[in-house]
Design a protein around this ligand. Sequence first.
Ligand code: NAD
Length: 256
Amino acid sequence: MRLKDKVALITGGARGIGLGFAEAFVKEGAKVVIADIDIERATKSAAAIGPVAKAMKLDVMDLSAIDTFVAEVDKEFGGIDILVNNAAIFDMAPVNEITEASYDKVFSINLKGPLFMMKAVSNVMINRGRGGKIINMASQAGRRGEALVLLYCASKAAIISATQSAALALVKYGINVNAIAPGVVDGEHWDIVDAHFAKWEGLKPGEKKAAVAKSVPIGRFATPDDIKGLAVFLASSDSDYILAQTYNVDGGNWMS
Ligand code: NAD
């Protein structure tokens, strides 16, 4: 019960890695708010977890809604101890095909939203005076570019940098800010990725995904279960002396 009675706010927790975090945090004793644009799915996911999980609708692109949303959670739960900036979208286009619309959308959801969530939640944590934990979801894509994934990679590189700046500013309030950089995690967006590569590289459906899995030194994709242990650690007091870090959870991908 490393998160006993803690209140955790997880963006994009309706499915995938964020849902894995919500389940794991509840097992460790936390109350969890799943903040997702897909409220139907978030509601089903929260119901499956149980009464200590609540789904609330939030579009992290809507900056005007963030302060009110965070104030509502703070009021209802009597504080926020943990923020996980997990919501993000993937985008595939090489530099000569990017559009302003996709730039705006990717950077709004993957960078602007998380920054203003950190602003709103850190102010709530500062006013309460009991510190807190902020975890930003980065990616191996933030460590190195990929030919077909420019906007996503750039947004994740920016999150790694923002994690460092925020951590250095918030440490004096007892707030630890760190990031997690997964490698390749199986999930719904891989169908889209696979289809893009099939088009770009003339591959058969499933061929790219299989090749990627084989290229990971550990020999397989991650599952959300592989990522959750680090999130629990970073959300708990076990990590009180750690800040400004971005940890790879990538089956050795970065080394290969
Ligand atoms: P996913 O696409 O399965 O889930 C994303 C969730 O975010 C969904 O529930 C979606 O409804 C929600 N969301 C999307 N736009 C939103 C918005 N504007 N406001 C609020 N919620 C919104 O994602 P995932 O694969 O589980 O990835 C989770 C995190 O981990 C992301 O930050 C992603 O970049 C990162 N990551 C994923 C992988 C991977 O291979 N899956 C690898 C590295 C990093």
